[in-house]
Structures are given as structure tokens and as C-alpha cells.
Design a protein. Sequence first.
Length: 403
Amino acid sequence: MDKLKPETNLNRRRLLVAGAGGVAAGLSGWSPAGFAQAAGSKPLPPFAAFKDASRVIVHSSKTVETRRDAFGTSGITDTDILFARNNLETPNASVTANPDAWVVEIDGVANPRKFTVGDLKGMGLASVSMVLQCSGNGRGFFAHKTSGSQWKVGAAGNTLWSGVPVKALVEELGGVRGGMSYMTSSGGETIPAGLDPKKVMVERSVPWTAMEEAILAWELNGRPLPLAHGGPLRMIIPGYYGVNNVKYVKRVAFTVEETHAHIQTAGYRVRDIGVKGAPDQPSMWEMNLKSFITHPADDSKPVRAGMVQVHGVAFSGGSPVNAVEVSIDGGKTWHAARFIGPNLGRYAWRDFVLPVRLAPGSYTITSRAIADDGEVQPELRVENHRGYGHNGWRDHAVKVKVA
């Protein structure tokens, strides 16, 4: 196989890491001990009680991660293992009992209007497959152990959403008013009494042109959108990190300025270690180029010597993934992998495989993605205070024992 010369462009990487964000929404509390759970792990929180406990990692009452060895090779990530990240209490579960009654307001257009989900279902339909990823995915590899869940690779999944195209909705309402620069989505969580809404509310602004591919989704992986993942209605923006895909969306407004909510002005900003978040720092928007190995998963289960199918996933929020290379010696040499399965679109991940014959011993296996525009996934992480946007291939390697 051909070996590709590594390229590390730190300035390019710093630009790319600026497009990050986590998944927003919320609830708290723990499930009773009787809920199914893997031996020695934390119990599943109530909002995620339907998850497969044997295939996820529970970090806290608000965060659940997919195990590296739980990802399959068929493309779509099952909802029962899809990661979850929440900031506030969810709306009452009754909102999903009659999802068509949920109301969303569209503003900043020529003819502002409120719609029920039932209304939206008659106004257009689109489906999109895309990677949903928390901005902190990979945070667990950072040396300074920043606060927040110490995700490794499982705060990401390839998901299929259905709903009404935002662009079609805006056209129906006469178009975006002149002078607007952002599309701002507001979540429908209840703000706890006594707190300043701007400090805790989930409201995110992105460039207004993100409207072109966005949808207001009421369906996830072919089923009604569950409360845990934003039901009855969620803003879905392909290629953007999760926090911008606002759950329980109750208002979409085209605005002159970014929202003044803390989650936008100071949260989800790329900054140096020890520096506070501020509006002049890069905001966490488009995802960067990334790949990681899903099998073999780690060195806790020795692999039998002989032919081994090394596989993983690759994705990008920018230039689409064009190729993937795999190394079995920690990045000294690289071999071209082969894509498997259908191409589900530019924002979905591609599953890849490399068959290798492994003799007994220890191996460091990793991958790097290559985009259409020639960009190569970098070797190293970009150090930053919150551990955002980690796509360095060295940290994402797996150490495997072959017997």
C-alpha cells in the first residue's frame, strides 16, 4: 500500500476546531438500582432507561456514552446506544404523548408565525443522515482533565432524521428579513425559578446560511423522536456539533446578532487553558475531519492471531471524506482502507475496513481520514481549556494484544 506523508498544519487545525459544540438539552436524576446495568458501572439515569446498559458508559445523571466496541458496521447508530448529553431538566414527558401539539415560533421572516408539529408535517418532508457529535468528544484524552464528561470516542453517532426543511418553511413565510446574520434556535426546557434565563437557557446562534440544509425533525432513525433526544421537535443542522442542534425547539429566529445567552457568549468557545470564555473567541460550529477505530476496540480482550478485520468510521462537517488510511504500528506506516456499506451523504460517516494478518504481539492501531480538498486528519490534538474538537489520530489509537 502507498504511504502518505503526514502533514500537520496547526493554523488550519485551529481554524477547524473553532467549529465545535456539544449536545444540548437536559434532565437529571438516577434510575433505581433495579434498572439494567453493566456490572460495576453506574446505573442508567431515568431519561436513558431505554438504553442498552451493556453497550454504553454512564458518566453522570446527564451523560451517557456509546462504548467503542458497540458501534457496528451498518452505518446507522441504534437509538438504544446513541450517546446523550443534557444541560437542563427536560420538559415533562407528556409533551411526547401528543407530539403534534408542540408549538414552534418562526421569527425574523417577512410573515412570522407559530406552527404545531402537526402543521409542519403538512408543509414539507426531508430526511438526512448525519453525524451527531458532542463538542467534547475526545475530552478524556486531554492531559489537563478539563471539567465535563471524559468522553473518549462514544459521544458521537451516525443518525437519520426526518422533518420539514427549514428553507421550505422560510420560503412559505416570505423569506428572511434583510440584514439578518444568524439563525437562532431556542430550547423549550423550563428555567428553574430564581435563575437568570440568559445564564442557563439553551439558545444557540449559527450563520443564517445554515438554514439551507437544516430541518425541524420529529423522527429519529425511523421512529418518533424520543424525549431523551429532543422530542417532540429538534433543530437539526448537518455538519454542526450537537449543541447547535437544539432540543425541544420552541423558537427559530433570524437575528442581526448572536444570542446573548451564556451558552453562546461564553460557552462552547475555543480558548487557551485557564482562559475564560468570551464572545470574541471561535464559536463551536462546524465539525472537523475525524476518524477512529471501532474494532479491535482495546487491549482488554486479546485478538486471535491471523486475519483480522480492522474497521472504524470517518466523517467531517466540511469537505467530505475521500479516503481513510490505517496504521497498525502507531503511525509509522499507513495502508489504504476500503469503504464499506452505502454512502449516506456528505454529513454521514463512512464505515471503512482494512484486512490485516497479525502475528502474536502488541499493536497500536489507528486511522486518519483524508478529505476531498486534500486535508489530512492531524496527528495531535489542539490544546484548549474545555477539551473541544479533538480529532488527533494519535490519542484515538487502540492498543491491541494478539495471541
